[in-house]
Design a protein around this ligand. Sequence first.
Ligand code: PMP
Length: 356
Amino acid sequence: MSYIRRQVERMSGYVPGEQPKVAGLIKLNTNENPYPPSPKVLEILRGAIDGKLRLYPDPTSSALRVKLGKIHGFDPEQIIIGNGCDDILNLCVRAFCGECEKLAYFWPSYSLYPVLANIQGATQVELPLDENFQIQAHTPLLSKLDGVKLVFITQPNAPSGGWLQRVQLQRVIEEARGVVVIDEAYVDFASEHCLDLVSEYDNVIVARTFSKAFSFAGMRVGWAVGSGELIAALNKVKDSYNVSRLSQLGAEATLEEWDYFQQNVKKICATRERTSAALAKLGFFVYPSQTNFVFTKPPVPVTAKQWFDGLRAKNILVRWWDADRIRDFARVSIGTDEEIHKFLEATKEVCEEAKR
Ligand code: PMP
């Protein structure tokens, strides 16, 4: 007899991008922000390392919810803070989709969704994106939503980086009987967002993170907004003290430094456009990106795996998956201009070596 639940024994865990401790590595594999938190945020965090750390944090991160509510125009009761956006996604599965109930997600998208479904013992419904990684909300696809309790949609999509057409996304929301979570982890780099859909539909939750645009991946702060009823359900199943004192304080300080972070977002988007153009010039196929990464396919005869391995040998990490539909591509997080310059030089060398 095994000690482990059968469901857990059979499943594979989520595989995060590598976080090696090698010095001098150019890390373009986990979509972190290449710029640090603002000096003011760091100063506030340093100042908060004191005896109060013996006390538990505010269990519902209320000051942060009030600030986010003011910025985005929602009642703080409609907002929940998580230990990263991943925590929020996990809470949604716990609250809205029971064992053997249906959980749907588009594919290819964030590889955490099937893992969360597996942990719960939920029945997975994979909704294929088309060859352009867009939703084609035709009848056969929509019929798959029958009886689904929870749908995850990544907007903008990952790893393709593209913006999903809003009309198609709305058809999915209207057709789904269950809760639809729009995972906007990368939305701060996009020219649109879907927060208004929360007010329009009572089954929509939008989830966001401080990890990307706000340089806070190491502190783990995410949030979600939805109807008071849905958010109250998430509050019931969350850990009591799910966000640390320092994380709450740092996230609050971050929101006071809006201009600093918007400048960084602008820089990253400009570097993204230059990176895409430079890769296209080298013969790569590059999907238009609304995120802080690009999803791209090297020119024949170079394979994505060869390119990934070649870059790795030169101490540059990008992300490659040995998975259906995406193994011909690699995902490159946007770094500083200097990092991207080195990445492009290394890419040229790897392509030349592969062609020899
Ligand atoms: N959603 C998507 C699509 C992501 O790529 C990520 C980051 N891996 C997350 C959510 C989770 O972000 P966080 O760091 O806030 O947990």
